[in-house]
Design a protein around this ligand. Structure first.
Ligand code: CUA
Length: 140
């Protein structure tokens, strides 16, 4: 009897653990580290942009794509640490100092103009360090 009860508890825990697994994986892939979260997803057909982050701007400040595009941003800081965030597409990536490029990939699923922000405190002009992602509606 006691064995059965122990077994039942074990099975219950195992089933609950498996139910939580997809959520745990989703959490990991939504994490901040682009090297691990995004690199394996690199798509050959992605529209690629090289973006330079500096105090206190992104260059280019405006990135234009079309709805449905897979978008890849290769972001490099020419000074200190910055971040690149596009809330709409759950992008939030640290851009390290030292010129190492970080790669961000996402799919522009919705048309519109979305703010690109610096998501890491980087000095007096941090709040002004902004850009725009312009997603044109797909033609039908
Ligand atoms: Cu760059 Cu905050």
């Amino acid at each position: 009897m006691r064995f059965l009860r122990t077994l039942l508890v074990f099975v219950t825990v195992a089933v609950a653990g498996m139910a939580l697994l997809p959520e745990a994986l989703a959490y990991v892939s939504a994490g901040k580290d682009p090297a691990t979260a995004y690199a394996p997803l690199e798509t050959p057909s992605a529209k690629t942009f090289d973006v330079v982050a500096r105090r206190f701007s992104f260059e280019p400040a405006t990135i234009e794509v079309t709805q449905g595009d897979r978008v890849r941003l290769r972001v490099t800081s020419v000074d200190g640490v910055h971040g690149l965030g596009i809330r709409k597409f759950k992008v939030n990536t640290l851009v390290p100092r030292g010129g190492r490029a970080v790669t961000i990939e996402f799919t522009a699923t919705e048309a519109g103009t979305f703010p690109i922000v610096c998501s890491e405190a980087c000095g007096d002009g941090h709040a002004d360090m902004r850009g725009s992602l312009v997603v044109a509606a797909a033609s039908k």
